[in-house]
Design a protein around this ligand. Structure first.
Ligand code: UD1
Length: 417
């Protein structure tokens, strides 16, 4: 099993480029199923979750070819509507394939997606919404057996809570439905806008993405298009945290200012100076960070839950106490026990964590517990004295393109062994 050895205490400086967004690339790859002909996706990140999506596409009968950061998908013929359990379990977001497969073929058989990484991650909103569009869903021994007439039919979908994945699933399914679908309380995350822009480029008619009401007028066919995935705002937040904990200065290229705005006040409160120039960002960190009094995660444009663990690693070495309130997922403080091994002082009570900043962390063996929790260990290890070995780094590879190479290029000392 590969692990990362991080020798901490090195100040980061220089320039790095932010890769394409995982959470945007995955629904785009699912969307390619809806298209007759070839789809070309640029800036597609090289991640294990993206590889898992490729395996699903190939299993369904699509051609998938990658050349550097360009991926060509040929969905001319779909040979099966079934995704086997092994593929569904590889990636938690595989459920977003449901809407696309059903809309294209009128059938879908797949198992429930992988386990519960951040607490229970139900898919009830996905299923209820797709049923409204005319999909019959039978749950049978861990499988979802779905059938519908093709095309599905447009409907009013009212979400009781905002869900990124469920909004995406409905957008995918409704694009080829007969009539208009209106999503109320749609998620407003930038990834929703990226998916809408992609689908519209393929010939869909989606209006209001980024707002809480999204209207999708179904069209008869979608054709492939050429599209560039937006930059990964969570990777940007992670590398900003890397600069922050090392008292460093980094130029991050390919950052959409609007996408990272929700995290800016927190970094400024910690004493970092941020300057946007075009689609780039310079971050300058103080020798020691100040505490961040109150970080509350929320739906966009709130503070992203995915940036909470790496920001907590900053708080671990800041002067004073910081409080984190997690409002999206029930079990999103899994990094806390591992950060404690490095000397962090963090108390958790339900959805609230209080971090008492310490002057120094010290290297220790730790284990990535999930994707962003794993990234938070790398951040903490960069600030720690001595060597930290991080196990179970397959979690980190799900969402960061060769993280250690990216960080070493700006002065970190990390080896993959
Ligand atoms: C997506 C992101 C993930 C991010 C999250 C919140 C991808 C691949 N993943 O996950 O990185 O942390 O948005 O920004 O894009 N819920 C239900 N029933 C459902 C669906 C969701 O109760 O059917 C709940 C969840 O348990 C959670 C909340 O809704 O408490 C928000 O989840 P959701 O927005 O759906 O997250 P994902 O789409 O899974």
């Amino acid at each position: 099993m590969a692990k990362l050895l991080v020798n901490g205490g090195r100040r980061l400086s220089g320039e790095l480029s932010i890769h394409g967004a995982k959470n945007s690339a995955l629904p785009l790859l699912a969307a390619a199923i809806l298209c007759q002909g070839k789809t070309v996706i640029h800036n597609c990140p090289d991640l294990s979750d993206v590889d898992a999506a490729f395996r699903i596409l190939r299993h369904l009968g699509c051609g998938v070819r990658r050349e550097n950061d360009m991926v060509v998908i040929d969905a001319e013929s779909i040979e099966t509507s079934e995704i086997p359990t092994t593929l569904m379990r590889e990636m938690r977001s595989s459920i977003v394939f449901l809407g696309a497969i059903a809309a294209r073929t009128g059938r879908a058989k797949l198992s429930f997606p992988g386990g519960c990484e951040l607490g229970p991650r139900p898919i009830d909103l996905h299923l209820a919404a797709l049923k409204k569009l005319g999909l019959t869903i039978e749950e049978d021994h861990g499988f979802l057996d779905c059938r519908s007439d093709v095309p599905l039919r447009g409907a009013d979908v009212i979400f009781p809570i905002s869900s990124v994945g469920a909004t995406e699933n409905v957008m995918l399914a409704a694009s080829l439905a007969k009539g208009t679908t209106t999503i109320h309380n749609a998620a407003r995350e930038p990834e929703i806008c990226d998916l809408a822009a992609f689908l519209n480029a393929c010939g869909a008619d989606i209006r209001g993405a980024g707002e809480s009401i999204v209207e999708i007028r179904g069209v008869k066919t979608l054709t492939g298009c050429e599209y560039t995935v937006m930059p990964d705002r969570i990777a940007a937040a992670t590398y900003m945290a890397a600069a922050a904990v090392t008292g460093g200065e980094l130029d991050l290229l390919n950052v959409v200012p609007e996408h990272v705005k929700p995290i800016v006040p927190v970094f400024e409160e910690a004493g970092c100076r941020l300057r946007f120039w075009g689609n780039n960002l310079t971050i300058q960190a103080p020798a020691r960070l100040s505490s961040m009094h109150h970080v509350v995660t929320g739906v966009f444009p709130g503070f992203p839950t995915d940036a909470q663990p790496t920001t907590m690693a900053m708080a671990a070495v800041a002067r004073g106490n910081s409080m984190f309130v997690e409002t999206i997922f029930e079990n999103r403080f899994k990094q806390v026990g591992e950060l404690a091994r490095l000397g962090a002082k963090i108390k958790v009570d339900g959805r609230v964590a209080v971090v008492e900043g310490v002057e120094k962390l010290s290297g220790a063996p730790v284990m990535a517990t999930d994707l962003r929790g794993g990234a938070s260990l790398v951040i903490a290890a960069l600030a720690a004295e001595g060597t930290t070995s991080i196990d179970e780094i397959h979690h980190i590879d799900r969402g960061y393109e060769r993280m250690e190479e990216t960080l070493c290029a700006v002065g970190a000392d990390i080896q993959r062994v």
